[in-house]
Design a protein around this ligand. Structure first.
Ligand SMILES: *[C@@H]1O[C@H](CO)[C@@H](O)[C@H](O)[C@H]1NC(C)=O
Ligand SMILES: *[C@@H]1O[C@H](CO)[C@@H](O)[C@H](O)[C@H]1NC(C)=O
Ligand SMILES: *[C@@H]1O[C@H](CO)[C@@H](O)[C@H](O)[C@H]1NC(C)=O
Ligand SMILES: *[C@@H]1O[C@H](CO)[C@@H](O)[C@H](O)[C@H]1NC(C)=O
Ligand SMILES: CC(=O)N[C@H]1CO[C@H](CO)[C@@H](O)[C@@H]1O
Length: 396
């Protein structure tokens, strides 16, 4: 056997052995990699925005689902309860899944403490909360909003969320929703007990965003009223001292009429936002939505609304040259926009006045900022005094 032949065949063996082991190593690491990847969930890297208590907009921004912190960009899927609805939701490009939790056989002799995915009056489901969470956590980066219509499901559900969070499985925002106060036009008390609900969240799953709402009734043909100051103050009393982020679900059709109340509520804490929702047959008007948009910061409101109103509203709302409608009683925060916007950055603008009296020409600077006007009274020769504006520059 010539060396040449032997050497090359031996070389070939080594090369073969070498490539087999490289392939094996590659295959093993791929399998390991996949397993690890599945174990840690796809997606969120930065701890500050990945916990169940993370801000929804921060999370969606960091996972590339939205381009900037604007609640209008967030999309919602309702009642992703049955396996079929859940699959449809998971296969969609919607960002946040909203689902309803109750206990199996709720209020019957067959009641258990197993949380299932069902909206009243349904009390059975092909999907338990555990199965739902497994599916959602493994196969998506979607945010989670769980809606509780009764207290019974809250404890066992929060226990389950707690276990999954402890195991490092929940790396995305979780909202816990329940109507805990009686709201507009509701004749009887059907709300979830507020103190018990909030105590359960503090005890079992404090790392969540709380979504505490009012029960509401709205029938277009009947006389209706809206949220009152007493209602929002009662809510503030309940959640004002809590450490969690809070988003108040409010019925869109009656929100503009209650804007003085919600403007006040939003100004009570930087932890607060509103989530506008729409009843299936509520005639929500685009104009009302634009008013709300114009008088809130973009990170303060989520719009969980139906088509076609949503698209019509979005198109108008995102037009930067549109004329805005201002609520004069409101906070300045919306107009400074940035979360925790710094008052130092606000520009105080001086008007340029040319001439005097009724003929004065006023030039408004073409920049964002605050204009200061002094208002005085001028007594004409005959008749009532009239209010006049005396811009700062005139005085100085
Ligand atoms: C309870 O379960 C039993 C056995 O499955 C069933 O026959 C019965 O109708 C159930 N009762 C109610 C109130 O759902
Ligand atoms: C809510 O539950 C607490 C504690 O069980 C109870 O003291 C309170 O009266 C309940 N509130 C209402 C409005 O039923
Ligand atoms: C934006 O609004 C202005 C004023 O209403 C209107 O003239 C303009 O056509 C709108 N632009 C778009 C892109 O809709
Ligand atoms: C102010 O008014 C005078 C007289 O009408 C005019 O000549 C002048 O150009 C005006 N200046 C400005 C800055 O508008
Ligand atoms: C406060 C409030 O929402 N009022 C509404 C009651 O219903 C009428 C008719 O639908 C509306 O025009 C009011 O705005």
């Amino acid at each position: 056997m010539s060396c040449k032949k032997w050497c090359s065949s031996s070389q070939a063996k080594w090369i073969l052995a070498g490539s087999v082991s490289v392939t094996l190593v590659l295959a093993i690491s791929m399998i390991l990699g996949l397993t690890l990847h599945q174990g840690t969930q796809p997606g969120c890297e930065n701890d500050a925005v990945c916990g169940p208590d993370a801000d929804m907009l921060d999370y969606l921004l960091s996972t590339g689902q939205i381009s900037h912190k604007d609640g209008l960009l967030v999309t919602w899927y309702h009642a992703a309860n049955s396996k079929k609805a859940m699959e449809a939701a998971l296969n969609s490009d919607v960002m946040v899944l909203e689902a309803d939790v109750t206990v199996e056989g709720f209020n019957t002799v067959n009641e258990t403490d197993v949380p299932i995915m069902a909206h009243p009056p349904a009390i059975y489901s092909d999907n338990t909360l555990q199965e739902w969470l497994e599916a959602v956590l493994v196969s998506s980066q979607k945010g989670i909003k769980l809606d509780f219509k009764s207290l019974k499901a809250v404890g066992p559900s929060l226990d389950l969320l707690g276990q999954l969070t402890e195991a490092g499985r929940i790396r995305r925002p979780v909202w816990i929703n329940a109507d805990i106060l009686r709201g507009p036009n509701v004749p009887i008390s059907i709300e979830v007990n507020a103190t018990q609900f909030l105590a359960l969240v503090q005890e079992k799953y404090p790392r969540a965003t709380i979504s505490p709402g009012f029960t509401t009734l709205y029938v277009p043909q009947l006389p209706n009223s809206t949220y009152t100051q007493a209602m929002v103050e009662a809510m503030q009393e309940l959640v004002g001292a809590l450490p969690q982020k809070v988003t108040f679900p409010v019925r869109a059709v009656m929100t503009r009429a209650a804007w003085p109340q919600f403007s006040w509520l939003l100004s009570q804490s930087e932890r607060y936002s509103l989530t506008l929702w729409q009843g299936a047959s509520d005639p929500v008007s685009v104009e009302d939505l634009l008013f709300i948009r114009d008088n809130s910061a973009t990170h303060q409101i989520y719009y969980d609304l139906f088509e076609p109103v949503l698209s019509q509203f979005k198109q108008l709302a995102l037009n930067t040259t549109r004329k805005r409608i201002y609520y004069t009683g409101g906070s300045l925060v919306p107009h400074l926009q940035q979360p925790k916007g710094d008052g130092l950055d606000v520009e105080w603008l001086v008007l340029e006045v040319n001439g005097t009296g009724r003929r004065a020409a006023i030039t408004v600077p073409d920049r964002e900022g605050m204009i200061l006007l002094d208002v005085g009274l001028q007594e004409p020769e005959a008749g009532n005094p009239v209010p006049i504006c005396t811009p700062q520059m005139v005085l100085s």
